[in-house]
Design a protein around this ligand. Sequence first.
Ligand code: 4NP
Length: 157
Amino acid sequence: MSKISVLFVCLGNICRSPAAEAIFINLLEKKGLTDDFIVDSAGTGSWHIGKKADSRMRNAAEIRDIQILSRARQISDKDFEDFNYIITMDNSNYENVIHLKKKKSLSEFALIRKLQDFRSIFKDEEVPDPYFGGDEGFNYVLDILEDSVGGFLENIS
Ligand code: 4NP
């Protein structure tokens, strides 16, 4: 069986999408599905390339026994042909990814979806950007991500 590849995308790739990636990896481990998937994350912006995830997000995740290990990178043209799924965190990320694909006539291979399409408990239609807010925002984002990432896995498996 070929692996299913998933790329989580936000703006900076230091808060929401690396957390979504880590939560998804954690869930796959719990379900014994690690070997069936390739998981990565990226940002539409380039400001934080090479950086670790925001320490506030890493700390909030650590309390839940989730390690965020990724380094920020920007989404690339090749991602559109390499990944089965490109999963965006908010409407702006979604529009940016769709715009990038159209503008550069990139591969139609990746299925581009909004993570909140897979929510069940939370009503939020977007994963809110916690970057400019307080610590509680990071915890709230993790709650939302645990809900929707679980829904996403159920939807595709
Ligand atoms: P993220 O959060 O998109 O969830 O990684 C942000 C991180 C950095 C910035 C904005 C959002 N920034 O403006 O630098």
